[in-house]
Design a protein around this ligand. Structure first.
Ligand code: SAJ
Length: 400
């Protein structure tokens, strides 16, 4: 069997490498020649624990090759980004161009699978596109949607152990796609149709977004009511049927802050709660920035000098180096617009940054008057609470 991945990013590359580890020939395609070149040297262009070793093994054993152009294969996977454009409308142009790229290589009996997070109906749209351009393939190839569900930082484990939802455009397609995933997935494979599988992915991330919005809304209420939100949630979660998530500096990353809009954009009248959750989580980052600026002003009025403020964390969530769509980065930028103030910016998971000059977390904690915790990195939890500082614990480092 020859398998082809179109897109070698955060999901495509680890999946390709795990399939190659099973002794299956894998061809990876990426539009960026540097990416293909790096992989062919047994190296990686993204950060994910354990991934480089698996890629290296696949390349050295001759099971994994990358290039900028597709080849003939038995299974073709589309794993490209689906960002949004303009007013939060999903942009499926990368899925379309990936499909156009494999089109000349498709042959009778092949399986074509989309993994990219996609608005409902995308797989059927791509099937129409394929059959319109290659009518001889109608009912002769298998087409399915199977969303990825892995958590960045734990990708290699979750790729193998998570359950998968697989939805074909017909039953035969679902079965064919399942047979492919069975080669490397140990979790259960659940069959459905393509539209349900597409909606399932959007539902999972929208559900998490709404749950986080609930926690963030509690943090606004508790701030006004003089209640410790962390203690409140811990106590409420003692109820056997309550399980509230944690408030934070907002919701970031490429998935949870994006995917709900794919539902809202297509079903605006029906998705009021999903839309409101997005608004609440976006507002949380703005709120944290305003709170920090107010603390800086109050310090100045009280002490007759501008404070030094430590911005603790830039990543989009704890213990990773990923700053994509990070609310912490947004807050840092907003707060640092305040002129003539001194700032110490901390991100223990990266060595340097093109915009922010980084300081060691202990040094910043010692030197600053105001400490704004934006991410609950493990390093920060080793610090001792200091009553002499103004501590804005948006991330729940001390939970005080
Ligand atoms: N966050 C909170 N409070 C919480 C949990 C998370 O504020 O209690 C924030 C994080 O700090 C971060 C954001 O939410 O800014 C998202 O983090 P996350 O860990 O919830 O999720 P991601 O974006 O790393 O990965 C999600 C996962 N989806 C679900 O858990 C439903 C993952 O399984 C998906 O594969 C991934 O999205 C994706 O690619 O779609």
């Amino acid at each position: 069997m020859q398998v082809q991945f179109i897109g070698l990013g955060y999901i495509g590359l680890p999946t390709a490498a795990v399939v190659a580890q099973k002794g299956i020939h894998v061809h990876g395609v990426d539009v960026n020649p540097k990416v293909a070149e790096t992989i062919n040297q047994g190296k990686i262009h993204i950060i994910e624990p354990g991934l480089e070793e698996v890629v290296k093994e696949g390349v050295e054993k001759g099971f994994f090759k990358a290039s900028t152009t597709p080849v003939e294969a038995d299974v073709h996977l589309v794993v490209v980004p689906t960002p949004f454009k303009g007013n939060h409308e999903p942009d499926i142009s990368f899925v379309e161009s990936a499909t156009m790229a494999v089109l000349p290589f498709l042959k009778e009996g092949d399986t074509y699978i989309i993994e990219s997070t996609s608005p409902v109906g995308t797989t059927e749209k791509m099937a129409d596109l394929i059959f319109q351009k290659r009518p001889e393939l109608k009912y002769k190839i298998y087409i399915a949607y199977c969303p990825e569900r892995v958590l960045p930082g734990n990708v290699l484990y979750e790729l193998v152990h998570n359950d998968r939802v697989i939805g074909g455009i017909d039953n035969a397609s679902t079965e064919k796609a399942k047979a492919f995933y069975r080669t490397f997935v140990q979790g259960e494979l659940h069959s459905t149709n393509a539209r349900t599988a597409e909606m399932c992915k959007l539902t999972e991330n929208s559900s998490r977004d709404a749950q986080i919005a609930f926690a963030n809304e509690l943090s606004f209420i508790c701030d006004k009511a003089g209640i410790n939100v962390w203690e409140l949630i811990e106590l409420a979660n003692k109820h056997p049927r309550v399980n509230i998530l944690q408030p934070g500096a907002g919701v970031g990353g490429h998935c949870i802050a994006v995917d709900p809009y794919f539902i809202v954009s297509d079903y605006p009248r029906e998705s009021r709660l999903i839309n409101t959750a997005r608004e609440i989580n976006n507002y949380k980052a703005f709120w944290c920035a305003e709170k920090t600026k107010t603390a800086m002003l109050e310090f100045e009025l009280k002490n007759g000098r501008k404070p030094t403020t430590a911005i603790m964390g830039l990543a989009f969530k704890p213990n990773i180096d990923d700053l994509r769509e990070s609310p912490a980065k947004y807050i840092a930028q907003k707060v640092m617009q305040s002129e003539q103030n001194n700032f110490l910016v901390v991100e223990p998971n990266i060595e340097e940054h093109s915009v922010f000059k980084l300081t060691n977390y202990r040094e910043a904690y010692e030197k600053a008057d105001i400490i704004a915790f934006l991410v609950a990195h493990n390093e920060f939890k080793t610090l001792e609470y200091n009553n002499d500082k103004i501590i804005l614990d948006f991330a729940g480092v001390f939970k005080r």
